[in-house]
Write a protein that binds this ligand. Structure first.
Ligand code: ZN
Ligand code: ZN
Length: 180
């Protein structure tokens, strides 16, 4: 069996949750090994599902999902019948394909009230920004940061709350807020 990129994206949520024919899984493994784009989609999707596979996703800014939805329509991605998770997966794929998670992250999370104070580390991070913390880590991250360790215990909270709880901003993904 041979699958193309679109088939990989369509089936990626089944692939991740294991509900997939062994033949198809083999074919997808084969394809993903040789296709950097699909490998990136798979990585990003796994991340997003881990980050947002809970009710906190509902706290995402409204405009964010609307933009994704819009882009999805433009990209003509196949609509998934698997409900919310499937939709997220398709959205993740669309975003990744259209230019990487970086772009989605910066448009979703850049706030105008940036750079209000420089008094303490992390003060430049918009207080309402949703950030990811790992419950036994010491830093907070932007969603999708590759330096999030211990993905089993992550939590999405507001930057204000992360700072209050003593988390420090990740020097990689939060760099733009730390420059002063
Ligand atoms: Zn592919
Ligand atoms: Zn980070």
């Amino acid at each position: 069996m041979v699958v193309n990129c679109e088939e990989v994206w369509r089936e990626i949520s089944s692939y991740l949750d294991g509900g997939i024919e062994p033949d198809l899984r083999l074919a997808m493994d084969e394809h993903i090994r040789g296709c950097r784009r699909c490998a990136a989609v798979l990585d990003g999707t796994r991340n997003i599902v881990q980050l947002y596979g809970d009710e906190r996703m509902l706290e995402m800014p409204l405009g964010f999902s609307q933009r994704l939805q819009h882009r999805l329509e433009q990209e003509n991605m196949p609509r998934s019948r698997r409900g919310f998770l499937g939709w997220m997966v398709a959205a993740a794929a669309a975003v990744l394909v259209a230019g990487g998670l970086e772009a989605a992250r910066s448009s979703a999370f850049s706030h105008p009230e940036l750079r209000s104070e420089h008094a303490q580390p992390g003060a430049g991070v918009p207080p309402n920004m949703l950030v990811v913390v790992s419950t036994d880590g010491k830093t907070f991250h932007a969603a999708g940061c590759p330096f999030i360790h211990d993905k089993a215990h992550i939590q999405t909270i507001q930057a204000r709350e992360a700072l209050r709880q003593g988390y420090a901003p990740c020097v990689r993904c939060m760099r733009k807020y730390l420059a002063s």
